[in-house]
Design a binder for this molecule. Structure first.
Ligand code: 5GP
Length: 121
C-alpha cells in the first residue's frame, strides 16, 4: 500500500492538526486517542512514513525500530498502567480493521480489558 501523505496522523506529525501529546523523541510521537476506549488510550507512532508494521520492518532503520519499541514501554510506564496491566494493539490492513494508514500502536489500560478478540459468530 502506498503511503498517503494526507492521512490524519501525517497531518498531526506536520503540525497541521493538534494532538494531546504524551511522549516525543527524534523518531516517535505518542498522543492520546481522540475517542478513547479505556481510561488510558495512547497512540504511539513512528515519525517516518510507514503504513504498517511489515512496511516498517522492511524500510525503517534499526534506530527507528528500536526507538518505537522502547517508546511503547515508556508510554505504558508513564501512563501508569504498567503495574495493573495493559494491551498493545496494531490494527493492520483490511482484516485488521486499520482506519488510519500510518503505523500506530494503541496502548490501552486503566480497566480490565477482557479477552483479546471476540470469537467469530
Ligand atoms: P485504527 O482503527 O486505525 O487502529 O485506529 C485509529 C485510531 O485513531 C482510532 O482509535 C481513532 O479514534 C484515532 N483517531 C482518529 N482520528 C484522530 C485524530 O484526529 N486525533 C487523535 N488523537 N486520534 C484520532
Amino acid at each position: 500500500m502506498a503511503y498517503d501523505q494526507n492521512n490524519i496522523f501525517a497531518r498531526i506529525l506536520r503540525g497541521d492538526l493538534p494532538c494531546k501529546k504524551a511522549f516525543e523523541n527524534e523518531h516517535v510521537l505518542a498522543f492520546h486517542d481522540i475517542r478513547p476506549l479505556a481510561p488510558v488510550h495512547v497512540l504511539v507512532i513512528p515519525k517516518g512514513a510507514y503504513t504498517s508494521l511489515d512496511d516498517f520492518h522492511e524500510k525503517a532503520s534499526e534506530a527507528e525500530q528500536a526507538a518505537l519499541m522502547k517508546a511503547i514501554g515508556q508510554v505504558a510506564r508513564q501512563a501508569g498502567v504498567a503495574a495493573g496491566g495493559y494491551r498493545v494493539i496494531a490494527n493492520t490492513g483490511g482484516d485488521g480493521h486499520q482506519e488510519v494508514p500510518h503505523l500506530h500502536f494503541h496502548v490501552l489500560g486503566g480497566r480490565p480489558l477482557g479477552r483479546m478478540i471476540g470469537r467469530p459468530e
